[in-house]
Write a protein of this length. Sequence first.
Lengths: 268, 539
Amino acid sequence: MFLNPLLKTAIPVTAPCIAPDCFSGKSVKEIKALTVYYGNKEKHLQDLFDIKDDGQDVITLGSVPTVKYIGKGMTAGSIVVKGDAGMHLGAEMKGGRITVEGSVSDWAGAEMKGGEIFIAGNAGHCLGGAYRGSKSGMNKGLIVVKGNAGTEVGGLMKKGIIVVEGTLGDAAGCNMKGGTLICYGRPGDRLGAFMQRGSIVLYESPYLLPTFTYNAVYNPTWLRVFLRELAKTPYKIPITQGHIEGAYRRYNGDISELGKGEILVFQG
Amino acid sequence: MIIRNGTVHDPANNINGEKMDIFVEKGKIVDESDLKDTREIDASGLLVMPGGVEIHTHIAGSKVNIARIMRPEDHRKDVVKKTQYRRSGTGYTVPTTFTIGYRYAEMGYTTVWEAATPPLGARHSHEELMDIPLVDKGIFTLMGSNYFVLKYTEEGEFEKLKNFVAWLLYATRGYAVKIVNPGGVENWKWGKNVNSLDDTVQNFNVTPREILKNLARAADELHLPHSIHIHCNNLGSPGNYAITKETIEMLAPYRRHITHIQFNSYAGEDWATFTSGGSDIAAVLNKSKNVTCDVGQVIFGDATTMTADGPWQHTLFKLSGNKWANSDVEMETGAGIVPYKFKKKNVVNAIQWSIGLEVLLLTKDPYKVFLTTDHPNAGPFYFYPHVMELLMSKKKREEMIEKVHPLVKERSALSSIDREYTLSDIAVVTRAGTAQALGMTAKGHLGAGADADISIYNFDEENIQKSFQKAAYTIKDGVIVVKDGNVVADYMGRTYILDVKADLSEEEKRIFSKYYTVQLANYPVEDAYLPRKEVVTCA
C-alpha cells in the first residue's frame, strides 16, 4: 500500500489507523474511508493521502512530518516512511518494523513493547520514553537512530535496546529501570539521572553526575555477547572488534536512587 | 408520569418484587388519585427500584484534584467522548467531574456523598459539585483532628464543642461529621501516629476515645440526620479488627457509622500472618445497635488511595513504592494520595477482597451494612454491579475464588458462605439502607411523598453485572436523564445542607484571626456555591 500525502501542511494529523493491523483484511476502498483527524476536524484517509495499492503488504508513506501516531500499537507487519515522520511514531507498538528514511519528531517508540524502529535521520525528544505519569517507558524492542536524538531518550525504560549513533540530548536514560542505551556520539548533561537499573554504553566521555561512582576498568562479558548479536542486525551499527574486546570504565548509579544502574565508557 | 407494570423492589415499604404501577407528579412520587401527568413508561418485564444512594465516595475537592493532577496515566486509558447531552472527559480511578455524574446516573444512582472535605477545601468541593450533573449531592466535613475540637475535648468544654461543630457544618455547608483516624492526623504533623484508642495526641492531652465520644455525643445532641462517619484508627494494619470492635462497642449508645470497614477488619499479627477478621466484625455488627457501616469492597485492578489519614498513606507509600502526595491543611486535617494496584495473586489483596464480601454476607441485617468501594480507594465506583453479582450468586463467587490467591480459602470464611443476596437485599444495601442511615426521608423508597428518583433495569439473572451496569431508565425528580444506559438529558441535582445556625465566640474569632491564613469573613461557603440547595431540618 502506498500513501502519498496530498498537501503540505503545518496542521497536525492524528492517524493511528496507519498501521498494518488496521489495514489488514481491508479493501482499498475501506482503507480510504478510515477516520483521521486533521487538526480537530474528522476526515477520511483519502482526503489527505493519495492511496495506491502497489500489491505489497508493506505500508509505504511519503514524507509526513506532521502525521502523528503512525503504527501506533502495531503487532506485526512493516511500515516504510520515505521522508520525515511526525510525533508518536510506533508508540506502544508490540511487533513489526518501522523504517524511516528521514527524521522523526518526539515520542517515537514511546512505551513500545516489542518490534523494531530504524531512523536514518535524527530523532526528537523522549525517544522510547514513558508518557507522563507512567511507571515505565520502552519495554522490549529495538530502536536504532543514525543521527542525533533529543532529550530524555529512554526515560523510565524497562527493557529493550536504544542505539543512537549521533549525540544524545540532556537527561538521557533518566529514571531508567532496565534495558540498554548505546550512544556513539557525545551525550548531554544529567545522563542517567535517577536511574535504578539498566546499562548506558558510551563511546565518548560524558559529563557525569556526582551520584555516579567509579568501579573498575574491565571488559564486560555480557557486552561482548551483546554487541556480537547486535552486529548481526541489518542496521549497520558501527560495532568494531575493538568495541567488543576493549576495556570500559564502569560507573554505578544513580546512588541517590537504587544505584544498580551502570554507565560503561569505552576506553580502548 | 406512570411507570406501568414494573417488578418493583421497594424494601422500605415492604414491596419485594410485586408487579405494580408507580405514579410521578412534579418530581415526587404520588398516589394514583393525585396524578395529572399521564405520560407512560412501559416497564413490563423490567425491574424498578428507588434511585441509588451512595453513602461514601471521593469525587470532589482538593485531594481528588491532587490525584487528578498526579495521575495523567490514569486518564489516558479511559477517554470519554462528548455526545449531544454530555461533555467529554476522562474516567478510570479519578474521573472528571462531569463523567462522575454521568457514570453514577448510568448505573441508576441518583444521590452521592463526597465523604471527606477539609473545612478549608469546602468551597472547592462545592465548586466541583456544581459540575457534577444529574445527581443530588453533598459533603461530609472533616473534624477528627480540628484544632478547636481537640482544644475543647482537652478542656472538657462540651457545649463549646457542640457549638463549634454546628458552626463548622454551617460554614462548610456540610451534612455530617467525618472523623478520620482521630488524633492520628494531628500526630502526623509531628511524624507520628496513634496506635490505640488511648494513645495521647501530641500537644493536646486527649485520646482518640475522647474525641470520638465527644463528637458522637455532639452529633446526637444536635440531631444531625447522619451519625458520625468514622474512619477508624490503625486503618490498613494487620490485627486492626480489635480497634474497630472496640470503637463500635465503646461508642454505644450513640449512633455511629464505620466507613470502609473492610480496611479495618484485618486479623493476624503482621503481613505474613495476615488473615480475615471479617466474621468477627460481622458478629459485632450483628449484636450492636445504632451502628451502620459501609464495606469499601476491593476491586482488582487500579485504584488511587486518597484519604485524610496522612500517616497511613505514608506507610502505603513505603510499602508499595508508588508515587505519593502529602498535604497538610493548617489547623484542620491532612491528606495523602498514593496510587495502588490490587492484584488477584497477591495474598493480602486477595484476602482484602474476600473480607468486604464476608462482612456484607455475614451481617444479617442489610440495613447495617452498605455497598461501597470507597471510590477510588478500593476501586472505582462503576464496578458496583460486579460486586452485586458476587453477592447474588454463589457460583460467581466460587469462580472468582478460583482465580485469586489460594490462601483465601484458608484465611477467610468466604468460601463457606452460602448466602445469596435477593434483589430486595441489593435494594437495601444500595438504596433503602443508605438513605435511612443518612436520614434522607425522601430517598431510598418509592412511597408517596418520596422524590421521584427511580432506576429501572432490564434484569437478567444470568448476567447480573451487565443488568446493573447500564440502567434502562434513570429518572431524577421525574425527568428521564438516562435511557438504555445513555445520558439523554442535562439536569442539575440538589446540594443537601443542614439548617444549623451557630456563631463563633470572640475568643474563637481571635484564635481564628491569629492562626488561620484566611480571614474569617472569607471562610464560610456562600450560597452562590449552591445552585440548588435543599435545607434539611435537624430534629
